[in-house]
Write a protein that binds this ligand. Structure first.
Ligand code: C2O
Length: 538
């Protein structure tokens, strides 16, 4: 293993999309940002220098950060942000992970343009557990706003409603070739994947979208899923992928069609009735030997509310669970938590209609502290957080039915404390308080197993009997179905403070977040390391 050094200069850059230019925050002037390459077991040092007027912090989404929470990156959770003119070196070792992950800004909505891929190759000499592809390509899905993201957040905060619907989806930074400037996409080129007949390509697909889950499809081609969130899966073939913000998926694409151009489409999946977004980002798969006059073969993206297509995809995902890559599912649960997650409406004196939308877990809408939680934990600074996050909702009700009237949301910076190495089960129950909506829940510091999933209310007696404790999918971000639930399990083997939140940026902003505090163990390698000397101050 070796040490890899990267320099990330955070700089403004003008970008033109949808026939208009605007300055955006970037790393090294690139959008999407540079790809970080490493091998399993490597140590990575990324020096981030902030040259813009905004506070910044970078999160290495999915990297376990064993004992190095100081390098995790969420602002005010594990570090104070890097202020304008300042810098910070993120120093971490990649342990027991290989595949595709990604990095992104973790403050306000800056991740809209500040993000890039992390490619973790297996240790030298260790092959993939599937046939080696001829070529590997990073494919990043994202969203684009014509206005400043700052203006978009402010509006979302005020009214609590749209404009969180973007003006375009993007594939590797572009809305794509099928488009018009007056509509929602542009004609300014698009990503084109050049292929040769007979060869196999591994697409490392990342969803950097802010507020929507996406379907991904390539005209007349099947995709073989081999890995998600840097965990190998049992390979399976599909013509449509579902990918939520935060997730990554590696697929094999065999160029088994004749010369031609084939459309790639990324379209929104949202079975909530409130947000309507039928914008499709496009790209092309371009076979060598294609005539210049050849037309692009189109594909029909699934309907925006194609829940069966989504469910079919999710239900096909299983861990590889081979001898070399066993699924280590916790069979016991020291902590059994029930989190009702959803949206609510709170009174608001300064809002135009007297109320605003909030989001919460167990009726707690999370309040961001003004100093980092990890520092408060490590240095025993009192008054920053409490560790009384409720293990279940204050009152139980029919979560997918009509909510009771006394459901006012409380505000607080409340954490849930876990003993080192304890086993944890969290049932994430989506509530239908405002509208049923999917929530891609992301946990920092751990991978978890999705041991169960269902529609309606979780049944604590019957549902656990059907849990898959053998080869459930293991990942770091999971889509909790609209009007349904997911059960996840993990082992708290990483001391520190770990954020858990909805990866729809608008829901995070509204408070759909909490954090776990994991105490040190007693063994020699079971405690959080001390902070680096250049850790930013607030
Ligand atoms: Cu990808 Cu807390 O984030």
């Amino acid at each position: 293993c070796r040490v890899r050094h990267y320099n990330f200069n955070v700089v403004m850059k003008n970008a033109t999309r949808l026939c208009a230019s605007k300055p955006i925050v970037t790393v090294n002037g690139k959008f999407p940002g540079p790809t970080l390459y490493a091998r399993e077991d490597d140590t990575v040092l990324v020096r981030v220098v902030n040259h813009v007027k905004y506070n910044i912090s970078i999160h290495w989404h999915g990297i376990r950060q064993l004992r190095t929470g100081w390098a995790d990156g969420p602002a005010y959770i594990t570090q104070c942000p890097i202020q304008p003119g300042k810098n910070y070196v993120y120093n971490f070792t990649i342990t027991g992970q290989r595949g595709t992950l990604w990095w992104h800004a973790h403050i306000l909505w800056l991740r809209a343009t500040v993000h890039g891929a992390i490619v973790i190759l297996p240790k030298r000499g260790i092959p993939y557990p599937f046939p080696k592809p001829d070529k590997e390509v990073v494919v990043i899905l994202g969203e684009w706003w014509k206005s400043d993201t700052e203006a978009v957040i402010n509006q979302a905060m005020k009214s609590g409603l749209a404009p969180n619907v973007s003006d375009a989806h993007t594939i590797n930074g572009h809305p794509g070739p099928i488009s018009s400037c007056s509509g929602k996409a542009s004609s300014q080129g698009g990503f084109s994947l050049q292929v040769e007949t007979g060869k196999t390509y591994m697409l490392r697909i990342i969803s950097a979208a802010l507020n929507e889950e996406l379907f991904f499809k390539i005209a007349r081609h099947n995709l073989t899923v081999v890995e998600v969130d840097a965990i190998y899966t049992k390979p399976f073939k599909t013509d449509t992928l579902l990918i939520t913000p935060g997730q990554t998926t590696n697929v094999l694409l065999t160029a088994d069609r004749g010369p031609g151009k084939y459309l790639v489409a990324a379209s929104s999946f949202m079975d909530s009735p409130i947000a309507v977004d039928n914008v499709t980002a496009t790209a092309t798969v371009h076979y060598s030997g294609t005539l210049a006059t050849s037309r692009t073969t189109l594909t029909n993206p699934p309907a925006q509310n194609a829940t069966p297509v989504a469910a079919n995809f999710i239900n096909s995902l299983l861990s590889l669970n081979s001898k070399k890559y066993p699924a280590k599912v916790p069979l016991t649960t020291d902590h059994s938590l029930f989190f009702a997650i959803g949206l609510g409406i709170n009174p608001c004196a300064t809002c135009s209609n007297g109320s605003r939308v909030v989001a919460d877990i167990n009726n707690v809408s999370f309040v961001m502290p003004t100093t980092s939680l990890l520092q408060a934990h490590f240095f025993n600074i009192s008054g920053v957080f409490t560790d009384d996050f409720p293990a279940k909702p204050p009152i139980s009700f029919n979560y997918t039915g009509t909510p009771p009237t006394n459901m006012a949301t409380t505000n607080g910076t409340r954490l849930y404390r876990l003993a080192y190495n304890s086993t944890v089960q969290v049932v994430l129950q989506d509530t239908g308080i405002i509208a049923p909506e999917n929530h891609p829940i992301h946990l920092h510091g751990f991978n978890f197993f999705q041991v169960g999933r269902g529609l309606g209310n979780f049944n604590a007696k019957k549902d656990p009997k059907k849990f898959n404790l053998v080869d459930p999918i293991e990942r770091n971000t999971i889509g909790v179905p609209s009007g349904g639930w997911n059960a996840i399990r993990f082992r708290a083997d990483n001391p520190g403070v770990w954020f858990m939140h909805c990866h729809l940026e608008v829901h995070t902003t509204w408070g759909l977040k909490m954090a776990f505090v994991v105490d040190n163990g007693k063994g020699p390698n079971e405690s959080l390391l001390p902070p680096p000397s250049d850790l930013p101050t607030c």
